[in-house]
Design a binder for this molecule. Structure first.
Ligand SMILES: [Zn+2]
Length: 244
């Protein structure tokens, strides 16, 4: 193998390491997103539940007050009925009858309100139970997701350490001026840094290189850059990076 091909081969294998590193670092950023989504969903359900509990408390207070008022006025009516037997004055009798009538009407109205309230309470209560169930299953999912994520992240981190060691070794094998060119491009362009030229097209930017450059690259003497995207290029007939 010529020295030129040897260098291309080393650069392509460095490229392989860098591509995997970039890929893993993206994965590390993406991985917690599903967890965050579940957490947001859980927070919103907890909020809904808290609101529902407040509403239930309010309805229960209303219920207590209504029950108390009904009982109180029922007591008044009962007392009036007893007193009614002893009233001889017609005007007083009618006044008491009217008052009792009003109280009875008021209580019938309250009973109706109480019925509506009980229905509302029941429906809110079953909503709360449903919500509690949802929260429980979401929390289970979240716990499972967290456990998976932790082991996934740990695996990724271990692989990154491995790759960083491999990268150091790969770099040590490449002549400094070539490595500097590689790193210069790496810091400025989107991955990849080194790409093949297929027929006469750069596979980094998919633009044809000039015929003169294509003739140069086929000679396989020095490492060229794509005049369009500046990536390092090599002729694919010289070396196929896929086969080791
Ligand atoms: Zn290009």
């Amino acid at each position: 193998m010529s020295k030129y091909i040897e260098q291309i081969k080393k650069l392509v294998s460095l490229q392989g390491i860098d591509t995997e590193l970039i890929d893993l670092k993206n994965k590390m950023e993406e991985a917690p997103k599903h967890l965050e989504m579940l957490q947001n969903e859980l927070d919103s359900l907890e909020d809904q539940k808290a609101q529902l509990e407040e509403r239930l408390k309010l309805l229960n207070d209303q219920k207590k007050k209504l029950e108390h008022d009904i009982e109180e006025d029922a007591g008044k009516i009962k007392k009036s009925k007893n007193k009614l037997m002893m009233v001889s004055n017609t005007r007083e009798y009618h006044a008491m009858m009217r008052e009792m009538d009003n109280l009875e009407k008021l209580n019938r109205f309250r009973e109706e309100e109480l019925n509506n309230l009980m229905e509302e309470l029941q429906s809110q209560q079953s909503k709360k139970e449903e919500l509690t169930q949802q929260i429980k299953s979401l929390r289970d999912e979240l716990d499972a997701c967290q456990a998976t994520l932790d082991s996934e992240l740990q695996q990724i981190q271990e692989r990154i350490l491995e790759l960083e060691r491999a990268r150091k070794k790969a770099c040590a094998d490449i002549p400094v001026p070539i490595l500097s060119r590689y790193n210069f491009i790496k810091d400025r362009l989107h991955n990849p840094v080194i790409v093949s030229v297929r027929q006469s097209v750069c596979t980094g930017c998919f633009i044809s290189i000039p015929p003169q450059s294509f003739v140069e690259i086929q000679k396989g003497e020095q490492i060229l850059s794509c005049p369009n995207c500046q990536r390092l290029i090599y002729w694919e007939e010289h070396y196929s990076g896929n086969k080791e």
